[in-house]
Design a protein around this ligand. Structure first.
Ligand SMILES: Nc1ncnc2c1ncn2[C@@H]1O[C@H](COP(=O)(O)OP(=O)(O)OP(=O)(O)O)[C@@H](O)[C@H]1O
Length: 367
């Protein structure tokens, strides 16, 4: 399916270090040099989900197959990017292709690592990046809206439905606010229109505070400032030390655990980040369980059973008849498929069933 989170931020804030850790590869070079990430690098990562181990144990599955999402390491942005400064245009084009934004903010001090603006101030950095995105959206929307206004005045049906959404987005941008602020409570129809406009600031955002090793468990004054800003926007924040994560990612399991314990961390920050990215993309997981494998599958929140079946195979969607569905809690509490069936907890769901996070599903279909 390919749901993508783009890793965005000023140069030298730790984007590539984080991306490397995420994908456990050296594919994206980390170096103390602005613009070292020139081509966008995309990596797929497994979504950590402890429920998968639990159901695999109950279902006596030989293999565990997690679901995956993609991260894209995007070149650093500088002030003026919307006017083509730095790698401006390329940066903006790359953001256009992702579904959500992981905005990395430098919350660590290190005199050896250049800060493009010469001082550590993550809130101001966030504003710099956001301003460039808003300027780019403003320019593209102002250009496009002229046509729509003309068409709407001659009662063009499409223009009449699209224009109010455009006007609302434009008003926000002119007021110095990102378009995502209109997502709260938006109707499904307007959301579809907004998504078609593909504005940079309409994408959901998650802030990552990249801190020094010693602040990984506790955060610091910078992360507090970022949290306050994020809370005001209704956005999530994840505090992580990209430098530690890059090291942990290289270690074998037992050593990684010891290292994390020594740092007072109960799990890799990356696991928290991946799960937060998954939520940001409005994704949920359903499971299939059998002797061969226990497997997690990704669907968008609100998907119906046939769409979920289609993630496994298009034939499953085309020939969908029904889905035997067991809630995760029931599957675990009752001890598997057979006892769940005996207890009447295996429901037969039809085409209109909206899949719930954690459902254990078995599809019946005609080919
Ligand atoms: N939490 C951290 N603590 C200390 N140093 C860090 C931390 N995270 C990253 N660094 C260091 O900061 C430098 C810049 O990191 P990196 O190359 O990942 O930045 P970037 O945002 O990808 O930059 P660019 O946009 O220029 O590619 C590297 O030397 C990296 O090791």
């Amino acid at each position: 399916m390919g749901f993508k989170c783009g890793i965005v931020g000023l140069p030298n804030v730790g984007k590539s270090t984080l991306f490397n850790a995420l994908t456990k590869t050296a594919a994206a070079q980390a170096a103390n040099y602005p613009f070292c990430t020139i081509e966008p690098n995309t990596g797929e990562v497994a979504v950590p989900d402890p429920r998968l181990q639990t159901i695999a144990k109950i279902g006596k599955s030989a293999n565990i197959v997690p679901t995956r999402i993609s991260f894209v390491d995007i070149a650093g942005l500088v002030r003026g990017a919307s006017k083509g400064e730095g790698l401006g245009n390329q940066f903006l084009a790359n953001i256009r292709e992702v579904d959500a934004i992981i905005h990395v903010l430098r919350c660590f001090e290190d005199d050896d690592i250049t800060h493009v603006e010469g001082r550590i101030d993550p809130v101001s950095d966030a504003e710099t990046v956001e301003t460039e995105l808003m300027l780019s959206d403003l320019e593209s929307l102002e250009r496009r809206i002229v046509q729509f206004r003309k068409r709407a005045s001659s009662k063009d049906k499409e223009a009449l439905t699209v224009l109010p959404v455009m006007e609302q987005a434009l008003a926000l941008l002119q007021d110095g606010q990102p378009v995502r602020f209109m997502l709260n409570g938006i109707s499904a129809a307007d959301l579809a229109i907004l998504q078609d406009l593909n504005l940079l600031t309409s994408k959901p955002v998650l802030y990552v505070c990249n801190v020094a090793e010693e602040d990984a468990a506790t955060g610091n004054e910078y992360t507090e400032a970022v949290e306050e800003m994020a809370t005001g926007q209704g956005a999530e924040t994840v505090t992580i030390s990209a430098a530690i994560e890059a090291e942990v990612a290289q270690l074998p399991e037992p050593e990684a655990k010891e290292y994390l314990e020594a740092m007072n961390l109960d799990e890799p920050g990356l696991d928290r980040l991946i799960r937060a990215g998954y939520r940001l993309l409005h994704l949920i997981t359903y499971f299939t369980v059998g002797p061969k494998e226990a497997r997690a599958w990704t669907v968008e929140r609100g998907s119906k059973a046939p769409q979920a079946a289609g993630v496994i195979h298009t034939d499953f969607e085309r020939g969908f008849i029904r889905a035997q569905t067991i809630a995760y809690q029931d599957y675990v509490a009752l001890g598997g498929e057979v006892p769940a069936k005996e207890a009447g907890k295996a429901r037969d769901e039809g085409k209109e069933y909206v899949v719930q996070d954690g459902d254990i599903m078995l599809f019946r279909f005609n080919t």
